[in-house]
Design a protein around this ligand. Structure first.
Ligand SMILES: O=C(O)CCC(=O)C(=O)O
Length: 288
């Protein structure tokens, strides 16, 4: 009989929580086992194609924008039961509570496969012209998913408090030259810096580079994850190897967050009421 892999992750430790609070990001070595990591990758490849070639164009709620910085597939947990079990596991919810240091209900916000494809020549220049949501304008097909990720904070949550976090799980072994994440350690203490991305942030806030240090180039083994705070400035260079950089990203929010009505592609059409909690079947409770 084949045993089903349990789609879950290990406990986050107290030391990791302390590091996260101070630095605004933390590396969680082997958060997911090799078996779970392999299965997550297989499920994403089924949705996106072995080299993430399957998707073109923008899909509404589930699917891909496959445009600039990496090929993506949003809300895969709504399309695949294994991704759903992993993302909505109580263990994941408890880890998020630990990182928040709050015993609040945790809700699912988004999950996405992020496959940064091997770079093109001008890959350190993200296509110009962004939408209100900060999504780069579509580059030519042959360049899609092959750019660097410019410096940015995660700024798309229409709640009345920071209330979210992101868990970025490596699904393959990743040396820094594959375009692994960089963090400006400690910068989350500055709060929101505006809807600016790329070097424009450092032109507007010239002191940031003097005050905070960029994390060392990170090497991830498959199953390692980093967590980052929504006000953490983060970026990633282009992928300078010949292999795709496969990651699985999950985002959660604190269930007591109140809807502000800020435009957001995940909430605009849901009929949520400003001033009330974001209680909607699109954002299931992961843990009470
Ligand atoms: O994978 C990347 O290059 C960037 C991911 C990112 O911006 C995020 O997880 O918030």
């Amino acid at each position: 009989m084949i045993e089903r892999t349990i789609a879950t992750e290990r406990d986050v430790t107290d030391e990791e929580v302390v590091f996260y609070e101070e630095h605004g990001w933390v590396m969680l070595r082997q958060l997911a086992s090799p078996e779970v990591t392999r299965e997550l990758l297989a499920r994403l490849q089924r949705l996106m194609g072995t080299d993430a070639e399957q998707f073109e164009g923008v899909h509404d709620r589930v699917g891909s924008t496959n445009r600039g910085v990496f090929a993506d597939y949003n809300h895969g947990a709504k399309a695949d039961d294994y991704l759903r079990d992993f993302t909505l596991s109580k263990q994941a919810g408890r880890n998020v509570q630990r990182l928040f240091r709050r015993e609040v209900p945790i809700r699912y916000w988004n999950d996405l496969g992020a496959c940064k494809l091997p770079a093109v020549d001008d890959a350190e220049m993200v296509p110009q012209g962004t939408t209100v949501y900060g999504i780069p304008a579509a580059p030519p097909v042959e360049k899609r998913g092959r750019f660097n990720t410019p410096w940015h904070q995660d700024y798309d949550f229409p709640g009345d408090r920071f209330g979210t976090l992101t868990i970025w799980l490596a699904l393959v072994d990743m040396p820094p030259e594959m375009g692994t994440m960089r963090f400006l350690s400690g910068v989350h203490h500055e709060g929101p810096l505006g809807r600016v991305s790329g070097d424009g942030i450092f032109e507007q806030y010239p002191y940031l580079r003097r005050k905070y240090e960029v994390s060392e180039p990170l090497t991830y083994r498959a199953g390692d994850a980093t967590v980052h705070h929504p006000w953490m400035l983060h970026s990633a260079p282009a992928n300078r190897t010949d292999r795709p950089r496969w990651a699985y990203i999950r985002q959660y929010f604190a269930g007591d967050a109140v809807y502000t009505g800020m435009p957001c592609r995940w909430t605009d059409d849901l009929g949520l009421e400003v001033g009330k909690r974001l209680e909607h079947a699109e954002f299931p409770v992961v843990v009470e």
